[in-house]
Ligand binder design. Structure first.
Ligand SMILES: [Zn+2]
Length: 472
């Protein structure tokens, strides 16, 4: 069992079709999809089918009731073994314990109670499942968490709850790496491709990437947003490892020649979204997530971490918003992982990012008219080219404007980001490039030994050369 897809009912058939083409792949049946288990196992006997009843999506665990569907005394529900047996009979390859969401408050007691229940089960198909509020992985908790897992004595699977970017603060991604590398966490469910790839490279047996955001960056019960009528699916653009809606990609690449498209999807543009093409964008994500996993899986396990580190650094260096820090910049999970790898993003000498008025306003969290007003100030206006809807603003010009007007609303809010976003000093850039070159050399050494990783290597070298040109 290696690569799984978590899909809701809208995307489930497409996920099955994609998994069918990938040896060792499978799908996670969550919530109402569990009802189709028997039929699916009969029509797709080769597919890995993991059942996750999805209790964590709407119920909070407590000491008295860490699990759904099962009861201690067997009177009002099934025992865990009975629950598992029924699903295995219907064709499940493996079954996640129906654990409710575990919140941070009192997590140690809740976990102890869950482990007591899990200890009563004997079926090998039952996977102990810990849907945890992400903040439980704060580095301050790591010792206690390890101790709890150590006492339980069996590897677990996790789903991390808290929504987009919730794994970024307080060393949570580093904690996850430790728990995976030490063998405590063997499987990660309902996650995003970046965290899935990192977890897999650190030794996880399987990962499940979600197609929709509710199963990719899941929230705690009650914390999820509803889809708006103008809902746009986030799409994965592998070169910069970013998932954005096509509208956001369009703003991001407004003045660049390399607007995202996918050759695999016949050259489809990833900057124009039409509602009726929803299914095609789902197919793009399905193949793009799977392809990224396969890139990692194809490597010798010893090379995976180093290779991914290089790929992420390249992605960040080529990111249109490489010089923007914080909420308006690149995917914070990507930035955090690059920092964890010891590769600071400062070497990212990117082509300057250009914004439309609305695009810059969105990035800064101000209204479009505020940005328009800035361009029309009598003293030190925000420089721009074009007029009206054609107006374009260079990020560097915004940085210059912000430094002249530090007190303006909107500018002040972004002040920290702006300070970080200025072009780094040449010396520190060269220092970082030096470090990147050393890493490239070590990848070359590895590649010589194994004859592998040549594609990633070529991309990395191209990236370093581009960065050098930027410095020159
Ligand atoms: Zn595609």
């Amino acid at each position: 069992m290696e690569y799984l897809t978590s899909a809701g009912s809208t995307d489930f058939a497409a996920a099955v079709a994609q998994a069918r083409e990938t040896p060792g792949a499978g799908v996670v049946l969550t919530g109402s999809e569990v009802g189709s288990l028997r039929g699916l196992s009969e029509s797709e006997p080769d597919l890995v089918l993991v059942v996750d009843d999805g209790s964590w999506r709407d119920a909070i665990a407590d000491v008295d009731r860490p699990l759904s569907k099962v009861a201690d005394d067997g009177l009002f529900g099934l025992s865990l073994d009975e629950y598992t047996a029924a699903l295995v009979d219907a064709g499940a390859t493996a079954v996640l314990s129906p654990t409710r969401a575990i919140r941070r408050e009192g997590w140690q007691r809740t976990l102890a109670s869950l482990f007591m229940e899990l200890d009563k089960a004997t079926r090998p198909e039952l996977i102990p499942h810990l849907p945890l509020q992400s903040s439980i992985l704060d580095e301050d908790n790591l010792v206690a968490l390890r101790q709890a897992l150590d006492e339980f004595g069996r590897p677990v699977s996790m789903t991390l709850l808290g929504g987009r970017d919730s794994m970024v603060p307080n060393g949570r991604l580093a904690s996850l790496r430790h728990l995976v590398a030490d063998g405590w966490v063997q499987r990660l469910f309902a996650t995003e491709p970046l965290i899935a790839a990192d977890t897999f490279a650190h030794g996880a047996a399987s990962v499940a990437v979600g197609i929709n955001s509710g199963l990719r960056v899941p929230s705690m019960p009650g914390g999820g947003g509803r889809r708006s009528r103008n809902f746009e699916l986030g799409v994965f653009h592998r070169p910069i490892m970013e998932i954005c809606t096509p509208t956001v990609f369009a703003e991001m690449y407004a003045s660049r020649p390399d607007a995202p498209s996918c050759t695999e999807c016949g050259g489809r543009s990833l900057t124009i979204y039409r509602q009726r093409e929803y299914a095609e964008f789902v197919e793009h994500n399905l193949h793009a997530f799977t392809d990224h996993h396969n890139e990692v899986a194809a490597l010798d396990p010893q090379l995976r971490r180093g290779w991914l580190a290089q790929e992420r650094a390249s992605a960040l260096a080529g990111h249109p918003l490489a010089l923007v820090r914080g909420a308006g910049g690149p995917n914070r999970t990507l930035v955090q992982l690059v920092e964890l790898d010891g590769l600071t993003p400062e070497f990212s000498v990117s082509l300057g990012a250009m914004f439309t008025t609305t695009g810059l306003a969105n990035r800064l969290g101000v209204s479009t008219s505020t940005v328009t007003n800035w361009t029309q100030r009598s003293r030190d206006p925000l420089a721009c080219s074009g007029t009206g809807r054609e107006r374009r603003i260079d990020w560097d010009d915004y940085v210059a404007f912000a430094s002249k007007h530090p007190g303006l609303r909107g500018v002040a809010r972004q002040a920290a980001s702006v300070a970080d976003g200025q072009r780094p000093e040449l010396a520190s850039t060269l220092q970082t490039l030096e470090r990147v070159l050393q890493q490239v050399e070590s990848v070359i050494e590895d590649a010589k030994r194994t004859g592998d990783a040549s594609k990633g290597l070529r991309r990395q070298i191209r990236q370093v050369v581009r960065s050098l040109e930027g410095v020159g």
